[in-house]
Ligand binder design. Sequence first.
Ligand SMILES: [Zn+2]
Length: 190
Amino acid sequence: MKYCPECGVALTEQSIQGRGEAVRCAAGHLSYPPGPKILVAAFVSCGDKLLWMKRGNPPRAGHWAIPAGFMESGETLREAVARELWEGTCVSLPAEAFTPYMIGSINFISEVYIGMRATVTTEDCACGDEATDVGFFREEEIDWDEVAYPSANAAVKTAYREARSKRFGVYHGNFTRELDQLDLVWQPGD
Ligand SMILES: [Zn+2]
């Protein structure tokens, strides 16, 4: 987005950088990049650990994140998440291995955030094209202030709690400027 859709003024370098965030022109009009986009994430647990990757590419290169990326045209949700997992961590799982974990909104970057989960029995993984390091980690090993996307911390911490308890629910997330909140929608046995 190079020009304000409201008044046509050129957006400055400073106002157009960042990760798909809403920008303000000099006249104060707020505009959003085309969207919303669908962001899929793979919450893969092995025992009480979750799989992380250190991002090799901007945005947030050098920071740890749950493997994730944008769904492409023609893919199913499960295919998209399996592809992103493979591209980041060289963990190859069939699309059927994934079950829904969370649907959420990240409204300030105009993304729909969909988390799918899978469990594995070995910690086999390796750096894919999009990662500079990968690994399975326990919750207490994570530096929560240094992760790539702190706005997703509620989703990740809940995934840890579920991996430990082996009780898996389905959640709705609100990840806004004001909230980092995950609400339980459904759990087996409810
Ligand atoms: Zn404007």
